[in-house]
Design a binder for this molecule. Structure first.
Ligand code: ATP
Ligand code: MG
Length: 653
């Protein structure tokens, strides 16, 4: 079976509002026409917007499946994010407007950033870190996390950021996988009013991390210098950030980096299995994120930009650190949860700082829907002009809700498809040009070449198939850390003898207008009576029902049909589970997309199992539906959710 049958139809379309279009950075099809231009020329033009200390000799060297971009060129990522803004009018422009969960606030201008990054770089040097060493960063969403990343970049150390919500075991595995020399952590961070004891977790992890020589500890908790309740300092190994800072010089000469020198390693979210250490390099990555930030978010000098992602994920790296700072943006950074102390915290922040560009994930949007609009309506969101979504397919009804209640029908929505591996946004609307359709990531960014293929590698015009990227791009991963064979095998062996075709693992459909609709991971695609249906389609039909906030759909083995459809559904505020609602939902799906897609089982659940980055983990739901032992659960946000679902499912059977 090669194609994915496409059943769900969505015909709504939203052209860019005319007042948005006239002032947009890209407001006619010119840049999009560049998409037909040679990617090498396009990316060379974009790369030339960065600050290089030595220009490159060759733009691209492509020995499939290994690419090298901008060979011979030299640059430093921290110089591009900070130093190049301090000589002109941006010197005292706010770079980061930070708000902690308890309500504390700090603002850093580009000049402040310059000073902090230089000091942090010298602290790392003092601890013996040299170019090429790996440094683990396990911090809450505080300004020091950004300084730490840029400090590594400044001295040529490779950072690996581990999400602050991860356990000691996860931290340990990542540190050991790439052999980090130094760990940067904090005494604690705040999450839903609780203190996350990062240093204690780190100590636990470090019992078994032989490569770590030093630990740099930021004091996040404001209970006074020297308070060791949450951070027991180990003499010789552990150092307080604020103390070491006073002992180092104020200026740190940036290391000259080759374009292909490593910038960072980041482990994937682990939605489909054991996380992979994705390797990104300096020149290509910076080119990809700087260019996409500018065009996809239509970023202007006066914007207040807010990406709600944690720096522990690729979205935080590309669209909270490197992309916006390379563009000299002013951005909001928030430490904590969206529902603390109340469910309107995000809208309060948007109002307080006059946020104009807001970038979040479908999981958050579905939570806002579940909580209801009164939390939104309390706040003045009139400064918002552009909204973005990333992380999972966005169901059309969630898109419509976002458009109506957050965007107030005024703001274009950019649904951006990309991955840890791609480094930067790949498929996305350009907000001043593209007419958007709810649920479609629309078309590839200029310089990105994609195809829809069947398993034999034949092109699919209209309909469903496997997404492929057919030309290398600057911000692509270079390898998996320590396992190049796995790199080749995971991404470049889907089509026999075609080492030049990158397979992201996702299925998609193309409609009559040439728009792409991501249908989710190919491993998740359902096979019902010989029809291959995207889980996304059935989920979207469920979310279309007014009672449903969120749905996850999986296939389970069925003697006759091949697979039967099991749906896990969480309801919006004000609705309660019942047998009649179950029947109604099954009929709703049948009505929206056909009897074929009618779910066999529906289980109501307050929560769905998600990764810590907020993505639904269908493989665990499949384990439940098929009565298997649960697979790897280490990247789950809340393991109790899946255990409870398993019990509930078995009781119903
Ligand atoms: P792992 O690779 O470890 O299983 P992961 O794939 O969830 O984890 P990420 O790199 O964080 O790790 O996520 C990339 C994936 O997220 C994409 O392959 C795609 O499935 C999904 N995704 C991201 N953005 C979108 C989007 N706008 N529309 C649809 N799907 C998206
Ligand atoms: Mg992935």
């Amino acid at each position: 079976m090669s194609d994915i049958d496409v059943l769900l139809q969505e015909t709504r379309s939203f052209p860019p509002p005319s007042d948005f279009r006239v002032t947009a950075r890209v407001h006619d099809a010119r840049l999009q026409d560049d998409a037909s231009m040679d990617p090498v020329n396009f990316w060379a033009r974009e790369a030339s917007e960065l600050t290089w200390s030595k220009p490159w000799d060759t733009v691209l060297e492509w020995t499939p499946p290994h690419a090298k971009w901008f060979q011979g060129g030299q640059l430093n990522a921290s110089v591009n994010c900070v130093d190049r803004h301090i000589h002109g009018p941006r010197r005292n422009k706010a770079a980061i407007i930070w708000e902690g969960e308890p309500g504390d606030r700090r603002t850093f201008t580009y000049w402040d950033m310059y000073r902090e990054v230089n000091l942090a770089a010298n602290m790392l040097k003092k601890l013996g870190v040299v170019k090429g060493d790996r440094v683990a960063i396990y911090l809450p969403m505080i300004p020091e996390a950004i300084f730490a990343m840029l400090a590594c970049a400044r001295i040529g150390a490779v950072h690996t950021v581990v999400f602050g919500g991860f356990s000691p075991e996860s931290l340990r595995d990542r540190i050991n996988d790439c052999g980090c020399k130094v760990l940067i952590t904090a005494d604690g961070g705040y999450r839903r009013g609780q203190i996350v004891p990062l240093k204690r977790n780190a100590d636990e992890a470090l019992k078994d991390c032989p490569t770590i020589e030093h630990v740099l500890v930021v004091m996040r908790r404001r209970s006074g210098v020297g308070d060791e309740t949450f951070a027991e300092m180990q003499e010789g190994r552990d150092h307080w950030w604020h103390r070491l800072k006073r002992q180092v010089p104020k200026h740190c000469e940036p290391e000259v980096m080759d374009a292909e020198d490593l910038l960072f390693i980041l482990y994937t979210s682990g939605t489909t299995g054991k996380p992979k250490g994705i390797v990104h390099t300096t020149g290509g990555y910076m080119t990809g994120v700087a260019s996409t930030t500018k065009y996809v978010f239509d970023l202007k000098e006066e914007d207040v930009y807010w990406c709600t992602a944690d720096i522990g994920w690729i979205t935080g790296h590309s669209y909270l650190v490197y992309g916006p700072l390379a563009n000299g943006a002013t951005q909001v950074v928030y430490e904590g949860a969206p529902d603390w102390p109340e469910k309107d915290r995000f809208w309060q922040i948007c109002e307080r700082y006059g946020v104009s560009i807001f970038y979040t994930a479908p999981t958050a949007i579905r939570a806002f829907m579940k909580w209801g609009t009164p939390y939104v309506e309390k706040h003045d969101l009139s400064q918002l002009r552009l909204l973005g979504s990333v992380g999972e397919p966005i169901n059309p009804e969630a898109w419509m809700w976002y458009h109506k209640h957050i965007g107030q029908e005024r703001c274009p929505i950019v649904d951006t498809w990309w991955q840890t591996e791609t480094g930067a946004i790949m498929i996305t609307p350009l907000p001043g040009v593209t007419a958007t359709k709810p649920g479609s990531a629309t078309t590839p960014f200029p310089g990105i070449k994609t195809a829809l293929l069947d398993t034999a590698g034949n092109e699919i015009g209209v309909g469903g198939g496997l997404l492929a990227i057919t030309h290398p791009w600057p911000s692509m991963l270079r390898t998996i850390w320590g396992d190049d064979a796995r790199y080749v095998d995971t991404y470049f062996t889907k089509w026999p003898n075609r080492l030049d075709l990158y397979f992201p693992g996702d299925g998609a459909k193309r409609d009559d207008d040439g728009y792409l609709w991501i249908l989710g991971r190919v491993d998740d695609v359902l096979n019902v009576a010989g029809h291959r249906i995207g889980t996304m389609e059935v989920e979207s039909a469920l979310v279309d029902h007014p009672a449903v906030a969120e749905a996850a759909v999986v296939g389970k083995a069925h003697e006759i049909k091949g697979q039967a459809i099991a749906a896990f559904v969480s309801l919006r505020a004000g609705f309660t589970p019942s047998g009649s609602l179950r029947d109604e939902l099954r009929e709703h799906v049948a009505m929206k997309i056909g009897a074929l897609a009618r779910p066999d089982d529906i289980l109501f659940s307050a929560d769905l199992p998600k990764t810590r980055s907020g993505k639904i983990m269908r493989r665990l739901l499949r384990d439940i539906a098929e009565g298997r032992a649960l697979g790897d659960t280490t990247t789950l946000a809340d393991p109790s959710v899946v255990a409870a679902l398993k019990d509930q499912y078995e009781a119903q059977e």
